[in-house]
Design a protein around this ligand. Structure first.
Ligand code: HEC
Length: 355
């Protein structure tokens, strides 16, 4: 049983690899179904955006990503952290005759919107119990945002799942009723595990927030919870029925303070050039629209961006390379100056009431 990014729930016979079923478990617009003879998708018209831009469900993050789903042989159900989000694909401004695959950059030859912030309500998600035999959802609990953690189900008919907002909860595996929850003080990405020692059953959870949607996506969608860079208290928490210790101290959200030096003179043309550099080289760690999801420092709040020399030391000379900030020898002083204007522009937008 496989619920991949593409939005179809596949059941494949493990003896001979024959495809038994493939039903959509989320909103899917790129294909109308799967051909049961060939196993190939039946592509929807326009899905390859050959003539005009198109918005496609699921998004680049998938209808279900790497967050573990789980199967309970008792209930016969599969518990999927399901995501509903779209990606807008637009290559109308890209000259595909001269476009080349870049090295160590993410550039798919289409605009996927990384120049702009990803708003707080960009996507939704749910914890979904899917019946693989009847090929349909049995129950579904809405979850905040679109990036929630993997699931664990137990023989005692529980489903555990952590959430982006720091809530860790247990549900009845049969009907999805919430039975227990705790605030662990940081976003959760990992699935819990369970094990028994001397007759006591434990559930352990790694608390900490990350993953592709936080790095490559980022934006206000991820930043809104305050799991900022170096602000997170990452921990391993273990629970047991009847345990009498209080939860250890948990983390607190921390929010970015965007810098806005009044003397900065914004040049829109330079900011536009900076946006291209940003999307090709920086967005996939520092977040869409220069709004960090917490995986890296938010550049709108970085002192380094107030001073070109300091920026050169970090970006061209690799001063922070040991901490995971790559060096970009290929970027010119002009590129960095353009980046400065782009980042200041985004900082100013963050201060205007409409944002
Ligand atoms: C592979 C991921 C990655 C990419 C791509 C990346 N960065 Fe970073 N960047 C980081 C990390 C991680 C840090 C934090 C390093 C530390 O803790 O000292 C950082 C820190 C920085 C800082 C210091 C911020 C501060 O005030 O503490 C600046 C400036 C910066 N990056 C600029 C850029 C620019 C400009 C680009 C694009 C040209 C870029 N980065 C691309 C990962 C990345």
């Amino acid at each position: 049983m496989h619920a991949p990014k593409n939005g179809f729930f596949y059941i494949i016979d493990r003896k001979d690899g024959k495809l038994l079923s493939a039903e959509p478990f989320a909103k899917v617009t790129w294909a109308t179904g799967i051909d049961m003879e060939t196993g190939r998708p039946i592509e929807a018209e326009g899905a390859r955006y050959l003539t005009e831009p198109v918005t496609i469900w699921p998004s680049v993050f998938g209808a279900h990503s790497w967050h573990a789903m789980s199967y309970n042989p008792g209930t016969g159900l599969v518990y999927i952290p399901k995501m509903e989000l779209a990606t807008h694909w637009d290559d109308t401004k890209i000259d595909l005759n001269s476009w080349k695959k870049p090295s160590f950059q993410i550039d798919v030859g289409a605009e996927v919107g990384l120049g702009n912030d990803i708003p707080k309500d960009a996507g939704v998600s749910s914890l979904m119990a899917w019946d693989p035999v009847k090929r349909k959802a049995v129950w579904e609990i809405p979850q905040p945002n679109y990036w929630n953690a993997g699931t664990l189900t137990t023989a005692g008919n529980l489903v555990f799942q952590g959430r982006i907002d720091g809530k860790f909860a247990a549900y009845d595996a049969r009907d999805g009723k919430e039975l227990w929850s705790v605030n662990v003080g940081s976003g959760i990405s990992a699935p819990p595990i369970t094990y028994a020692v001397d007759g006591t059953q434990y559930v352990s959870l790694l608390v900490g927030f990350g993953g592709a949607a936080v790095a490559y996506g980022g934006g206000s969608s991820m930043a809104q919870y305050g799991w900022g860079y170096r602000g997170q208290l990452r921990q391993l928490l273990t629970f047991a029925v009847g345990a009498d210790k209080p939860i250890p101290e948990v983390g607190e959200p921390t929010f970015v303070r965007v810098l806005n030096p009044p003397e900065f003179q914004l040049d829109d043309t330079l900011a536009d050039r900076g946006e291209h550099v940003y999307k090709a080289s920086c967005a996939w760690c520092h977040g869409a629209g220069a709004v960090s999801g917490g995986y890296t420092p938010d550049l709108r709040a970085s002192e380094a961006f107030l001073d070109l020399d300091q920026l050169k030391t970090i970006v061209q000379d690799g001063a922070l390379q040991n901490n995971g900030m790559p060096n970009f020898k290929n970027l010119s002083d002009g590129d960095l100056e353009a980046l400065r204007h782009f980042v200041r522009k985004k900082a100013m937008e963050a201060q205007t009431p409409s944002h």
